[in-house]
Design a binder for this molecule. Structure first.
Ligand SMILES: NC(=O)c1ccc[n+]([C@@H]2O[C@H](COP(=O)([O-])OP(=O)(O)OC[C@H]3O[C@@H](n4cnc5c(N)ncnc54)[C@H](OP(=O)(O)O)[C@@H]3O)[C@@H](O)[C@H]2O)c1
Length: 261
């Protein structure tokens, strides 16, 4: 069972799941360091929350900004004992037609920043003998994703990486968990270029149950949290079915709901 969290650093806290993580952690009395590019929503959230909140504006695709967040995680004063690696984005469309820089920026944020921040936090957490990390992957990480190929691959990386680090820490008082949400009502779909209403409402969760499931699973010491029964069936079903089948099914679903070429 992980130790109680006193201060959490949440990346991507200016919207969606990250903002919800900040609110639900503040409800539990956890002090916060909020990270994202947009300063105004971070400041507005900081003013609203009844806990000690630091705002750290950073573009996680920028190595200098990323280094400042790494330095904050390693600091001994006002130590961070929970890192929520939540910032991320997707882009829908065929690889051949998507902007090259946007695709590499996606890898920078979804993969490189997540690895660097995990690497920055772990030694201090291990030395202090407390705390942990929640890495936000996706149900997209459980099978190949035509029309979202780089995004799905980035989340497959997050899944494999996080489960491996979880195992490296077995028997130690530092806990690392994968959160793999399915479709959730946030700014994610519009940022990714998906038309509003394209994904059926019945397949969409609200942010709060996703975050509450994650915080409860983290407190229980789980390795993986997939919130929502339908998402669990899809994620764990994907592990049992050959990828020749799941990639085809994923292609058909994307063409039907998101609009592949
Ligand atoms: N919503 C879904 O359907 C869904 C499903 C599965 C997994 N996820 C994952 O959940 C996580 C949170 O996404 P969300 O749904 O909450 O999306 P969202 O509402 O679009 O929020 C994304 C957050 O990431 C931050 N961000 C993006 N690029 C950044 C950069 N270069 N540097 C710093 N921060 C950056 C954004 O802040 P700024 O723009 O202010 O920088 C924003 O706070 C992501 O990792 C996503 O892949 C989402």
């Amino acid at each position: 069972m992980p130790s109680p969290v006193l201060r959490a650093l949440v990346t991507g806290a200016s919207a969606g799941l990250g903002e919800c993580f900040a609110r639900r952690l503040a409800d539990r009395g956890v002090d916060l360091v909020l990270v994202a590019r947009r300063e105004a929503p971070l400041r507005a959230l900081a003013d609203e929350l009844p806990v000690d909140v630091e705002v750290l504006t950073a573009d996680l695709a920028d190595r200098e900004d990323l280094a400042a967040v790494e330095e904050r995680l390693a600091r001994d004063e006002e130590p961070v004992d929970l890192l929520v690696n939540n910032a991320g984005f997707g882009a829908f469309g065929e690889v051949a037609g998507l902007d090259t820089d946007r695709l590499t920026e996606m890898v920078d944020v979804n993969v490189t920043a997540l690895v660097r921040l995990t690497r920055a936090a772990l030694p201090v957490l291990i030395e202090r003998g407390r705390g942990g990390i929640i890495n936000v992957g996706s149900t997209a990480g459980f099978q190949p994703n035509p029309h979202s190929a780089v995004y799905g691959a980035s989340k497959a990386f997050v899944r494999s990486f996080t489960e491996a680090v979880h195992e490296e820490l077995r028997g130690r008082p530092v806990h690392v968990m994968l959160l793999a949400p399915g479709v959730t009502a946030t700014e994610f779909q519009s940022v990714a270029g998906v038309a509003e209403g394209a994904v059926p409402a019945v397949a969409t969760m609200r942010a709060q149950p996703v975050v509450d499931a994650a915080l409860n699973a983290f407190a229980s010491g789980d390795a993986v949290c997939v919130p929502g029964l339908a998402n669990r069936v899809s994620a764990f079903g994907s592990q049992l079915i050959p990828s020749a089948v799941t990639r085809r099914a994923s292609d058909v679903l994307h063409r039907r709901y998101v609009g592949g070429a």
